[in-house]
Design a protein around this ligand. Sequence first.
Ligand code: FES
Ligand code: FE2
Length: 357
Amino acid sequence: MSTSPQVAATPLIYNDWYPAMRSRELRGRKLRAAMLMGIPMVLGRRDDGRLFAMRDNCPHRGIPLSCGWFDGRELTCRYHGWAFEPASGQCNRIPSLTSHDTLDPSKIYATAFPCEERDGYAWVYVPAPGSGRVRAESLPPVPEAPKFGAKFRSAHLTADLPCNVDHGIIGLMDPAHGPFVHQAWWWRKRASIHEKEKQFEPIPEGFRMSAHAPSGNSAPYKLLGVYGEPITTTIDFVLPNRRYETIRCGQKWFSSLTTVTPTTANACRIDVYAAWNVFYAVPFVKPIAKFFGKRFVRQDQVTMIQQAEGLKHDPSLMLIDDADRPAKWYFALKQARLEGVPERHPMSGPVTLHWRS
Ligand code: FES
Ligand SMILES: [Fe+2]
């Protein structure tokens, strides 16, 4: 039997928050299975509204807990009926025990992960394998797109990518693919390629493309320009997988958080959350924005599906200056984090990069 070639795996960054799924899918007493960082998970929502995420294996015999029953308070395994409090994973009951047994069920825990709802996602904190129980007080803040007012609209987009998370992330920050992958009359024409100069600066575990007036050749930005005030854009990349983009124009703003999340060591998913108060009063903006956003993400997805075909045969690859410099920074930052020296930064100060796109 021959095994078909596979896209290469990559080391994963643990001890951080990742979006496991849309939180609106966690309604009522439904249990939902998800794959995150190669770990099968079961998610749900308790009657008090709190989300939970557990490893989708019963600690007794490993059957998926998602096959069991959830009454809004307790998750009961369908095999021998062990009952668990899902947020802590603590076992409340083992039905087979008799007065002759000394086993204390409350000493048994199914694996439970910290799980919080932000921007319509169930974010799950994934500790390094074997690191034991996580203390809630010691966790970093749950990621969230910045908002600049209480009134805004928002939308979500998602696409599965058949490549490892590194390719998903460097595709996300790749400035040179735009004119080829995202060619469309409403976005920009390939003939409009011109030289760009962008300022970057180091930020903790990431880098920032400093505020600037965005490219005049992008139709959506031209649309924003109707407000007649200067536009500033900031794009931050922060480990392990987050791209924050903020566009502000006077009182108007657009903000997005895009993440590329490893579902396994060789597959990932891109999630885009966007919030805005631009054109707040205009009807149909959300469906139109979603339509164009979907096409945009779909173009990246199609390209990565094609790329994954090529990557199956383990080709050697290149990173060139300056267009691939952000990708080099990403790999250096990731390596520092994996080696336990997250403060080691590949940039010693602000850098100007040039490329044509
Ligand atoms: S396998 Fe879950 S209770 Fe036995
Ligand atoms: Fe893209």
